[in-house]
Design a protein around this ligand. Structure first.
Ligand SMILES: [Mg+2]
Length: 128
């Protein structure tokens, strides 16, 4: 199989109904060596979580079908504790506190800051 010294890339699930944003985020994260999966609402996000393990989730709040808050609560109800970064134009930090999520960034955002934040919440043992 692979080399013994190879490092597993971080696997990130991005859940957002903005397709242009998903494309941009996918490209910037791939260029940073992250593995990326995307979902366009909470329902498909839960389906992705059921199929694969992720090291972190980037979560929009306002989406059709199932919004970010509902997704988050459903994820917890399923016993999953994947770290979540909330990404929203409106009330990202307030939602982070309300839900006790791991991090929040307002839109518009700096893609470099987003990737740094993902690394921080996905690897809490490496910081400190
Ligand atoms: Mg949205």
């Amino acid at each position: 199989m692979g080399s013994a010294i190879s490092v597993q890339p971080l696997r990130v699930l991005i859940i957002d109904d903005d397709q242009a944003l998903l494309r941009m985020l996918r490209l910037s994260m791939l260029s940073e060596g992250l593995e990326v999966a995307t979902a366009s609402d909470g329902f498909t996000g839960l389906e992705a979580l059921a199929r694969d393990n992720f090291d972190a989730i980037v979560l929009d709040l306002q989406m059709p079908n199932m919004d970010g808050r509902t997704f988050y609560r459903q994820m917890l109800a399923q016993g999953r504790r994947t770290p979540v970064l909330i990404l929203s134009a409106y009330g990202a930090e307030a939602a982070r506190r309300e839900l006790r999520a791991d991090a929040a960034l307002p839109k518009p955002f700096d893609p470099d800051v987003l990737v740094e934040t993902i690394r921080r919440i996905a690897e809490p043992a490496a910081s400190s």
